[in-house]
Design a protein. Sequence first.
Length: 202
Amino acid sequence: MIYPISLNLKDKPCLIVGGGNVAKRKAQGLLAAGARVIVISPNIQADFPTVVHIIDTYHPHYLDEIHPILVFATTNDSNVNQTVVTDAQARHILVNNADAPADFTNMTVWQNPPLSVAISTGGASPLLGQHMRRRVADLFTNGYAEFAQYLLDLRGEVIRSIPTQSARYTFWQSVLTPETFALLDNEQHHAAIAKLKEVTLL
């Protein structure tokens, strides 16, 4: 079993060892999350995103100097990748190995801010994960994102107005009813938002 979490990587150092296609994809995802990306590789692809590039082969002292939150071993040499994994784990740094199990894997993610849905196939098939992401995109239309954004904006007002967590939970249960979700499912998110405004007088 895995333990899924959403990490806040803003301004946090993440290290990628390797400069090929896999490294590029990892870098793109990390940059989108706001991470500080450092890449160690003798060379990187011409279309590689803008990162801190250390032109060198891997050496373990880089782990001690950079203190990364996450490490990605993405070279085309399985022995090098395993060395990176061993060195990172010895320092209690979570590490991903492109060609063998390690501490974590990257899920296939569908995003329509503020919503995110992460999909894992347990390593069975990236193509299956991509297919499932397309199905998720078809299921959760833009109305869900707009509704979620309204709830996000409302949340601060609820916290200020209702002092206890138990009372806030009761409030949310009273407004997020099956009828409200039925409106969402029928692409009537404006009606769902209006329903909440009637109850909360906002």
